[in-house]
Design a protein around this ligand. Structure first.
Ligand code: DHE
Length: 517
């Protein structure tokens, strides 16, 4: 499909001149790209040995400017420096062109996806773990500095393995229900399968060209991949990473949409999709029988149950565009953040209707939300990406109980059933080195930790028993700090390359209320 361009008569002369200039510069940039970049990043900019160089990917990458990476190269990758071959203007023009949209929407269907699959020849499944640690207390630490994952023993904090991931992992890795395998996704749409027992990669497949996250089905048979590019959801078999189905995302009215994220809803035997460009929530079913539905106006299902690999779809119209989701523990209610970042809504998945509005100004990051019992009710807390507060919401009345003032906007929160505290980071601004510890009952900050003054300190994960909390110093020469979760004293510091998320097998596969699902 060719993208629409502005018609000639709406262009002002100045705009036309700059477009002509840009046209010349871009022609030069294209030939520089063909000469220097295409062999690694693909003739079509969609990636090869190196990552895709398209705005969808580049916009999301934190770190040095694109022009600096071209000039100086990128440490810990195979990207060399080009400052000896290209002058400053050529580099700027090339960077500008890479940030411009592709001229045509690329296709990436089942055949392309399957052709990208590699299964490791030296991998053979094992009958038992190749180590003595507690398999349920294994914790993975994603190291984005050099694109690796460290496999930690959650009792001794010994590193059992450190394996390479695809470039730029995003979102939480997803474990198989028995905790034996883990699936990891990169922003370029690569999905990696790794066997924790054997400490070996099983294979990889490129399920999308620009992807958001993955979800594991409750029965462990499928991994769903949410894609921006193309507008699709890819369903992979967890067994051999083969494609079960690629679902094109088009609203009830036929409008295409990117998938913001996909979530698992095990009691409903469905995946739930947040859509970026249309006011709908989708449920994609993998079970044989439809779950409980109301008889609302949306009672339309495309596809059939009990039909292998049919994956019927239910499209629910919502009163607003909802981007980022949080589910109650029963998975009946989904809380969605409005795309404009000014609030949210609660949708009841059984009746397919909005049941409440949420008072959540300041771009809540619901994906990081957690719940716990407080008095005789369950509360949910979420950080905000543009506001220095943590909002606490009563999940029976959907009212905000408290806005806890923090030292700046945060990204991630965590707790554990055995911990009296919630840990909430400050990710943005001058206080990004702060980690707040909040009492779950009083909702007061009881301590603010600053283990590495001036450095970004973020994301927490607990060990299986909740005795230790692992915190990232999110820097290239960073570390994972192990805290005693009761005394809040530092116990160990494990050097790591820009560690981001940590994921404990037990907390994840048991759907601990203190962790994201
Ligand atoms: Fe994330 C999870 C969306 C930017 C690191 N992020 C998620 C999830 C969503 C999401 C929907 C939950 C998916 C899951 O785990 O299955 N993230 C977004 C955005 O919309 C946003 C704001 C902008 C964008 O489009 O990228 C965004 N995220 C970032 C970053 O800049 C971060 C800090 C660095 C990075 O690696 O890109 C980042 N996001 C993470 C991490 C998780 C995550 C580490 C998993 C957290 C967890 O504990 O589960």
């Amino acid at each position: 499909m060719i993208r629409r361009t502005n018609s000639f008569d709406t262009l002002k002369i100045g705009t036309l001149c700059s477009l002509l200039l840009a046209g010349t510069a871009w022609a030069d940039a294209q030939s520089d790209y063909a000469e220097h970049c295409a062999s690694c990043h693909g003739e079509n900019r969609l990636g090869g040995v190196g990552p895709a160089l398209i705005p969808e990917t580049l916009k999301r990458m934190r770190g040095p400017r694109v022009a600096s990476v071209i000039a100086e190269g990128r440490t810990a990758t195979q990207m060399p420096a080009f400052s000896h071959e290209l002058d400053a203007l050529q580099i700027e023009e090339l960077a500008g062109w890479l940030k411009s949209p592709l001229e045509t929407d690329p296709e990436w269907g089942e055949t392309d996806i399957m052709a990208s699959r590699t299964l490791d020849e030296d991998y053979t499944p094992v009958d038992a773990p190749a180590w003595d640690s507690d398999p349920m207390n294994i914790t993975l630490a994603v190291e984005t500095g050099d694109h690796h994952v460290s496999v930690l023993d959650g009792d001794t904090f010994e590193v059992l393995d450190r394996f390479e991931t695809p470039f730029a992992v995003h979102g939480g890795p997803k474990f198989s229900p028995d905790g034996r395998y883990v699936f990891i996704m990169s922003r370029d749409g690569w999905v990696q399968k790794y066997d924790i027992w054997a400490l070996k990669q099983v294979g990889r497949i490129r399920a999308g060209l620009n992807s958001r996250n993955i979800a594991m089905s409750g029965d462990g048979k499928w991994v769903a991949v949410a894609n921006y590019l193309p507008n699709s959801l890819t369903l992979l078999s967890t067994k051999d990473l083969s494609v079960a189905k690629v679902i094109d995302i088009k609203s009830k009215k036929g409008v295409p949409s990117r998938v913001s994220a996909v979530y698992q809803a095990p009691p409903r035997e469905s995946f739930v999709l947040a859509l970026k460009d249309v006011p709908e929530i989708w449920e994609v079913f993998y079970g044989d029988n439809p779950p409980q539905f109301g008889l609302g106006h949306d009672f339309r299902i495309e596809g059939q149950f009990k039909n292998p690999n049919s994956f019927p779809v239910r499209k629910i119209t919502t009163p607003d565009y909802l981007d980022d989701f949080f589910f109650d523990q029963s998975y009946e209610y989904v809380m969605g953040a409005s795309r404009d970042g000014k609030g949210g809504q609660v949708i009841d998945l059984v009746i397919g209707q909005k049941v409440a509005d949420l008072d959540l100004p300041g771009m809540p990051h619901l994906g990081s939300g957690i719940t716990w019992r407080r008095g005789d009710t369950t509360v949910m807390a979420t950080p905000h990406l543009t506001d220095g507060t943590v909002s606490v919401i009563d999940m029976e009345t959907w009212e905000t109980v408290k806005r806890i003032k923090t030292e700046g906007p945060g990204f991630f929160m965590r707790s554990h059933e055995n911990s009296p505290y919630v840990w909430a980071d400050v990710f943005f601004g001058p206080n990004k080195d702060a980690m707040h510890v909040i009492d779950k009952q009083s909702l007061e900050i009881v301590k603010t930790l600053r283990p590495a003054p001036g450095k970004t300190v973020a994301h927490v994960e607990f060990t299986k028993d909740g005795r230790h909390a692992l915190v990232s110093i999110w820097e290239d020469d960073g570390a994972v700090i192990v805290y005693d979760a009761q005394t809040l004293e530092e116990v160990r510091r494990l050097p790591m390359r820009k560690p981001s998320g940590k994921y404990n097998v037990w907390n994840k596969i048991t759907f601990s209320e203190g962790t994201s699902h």
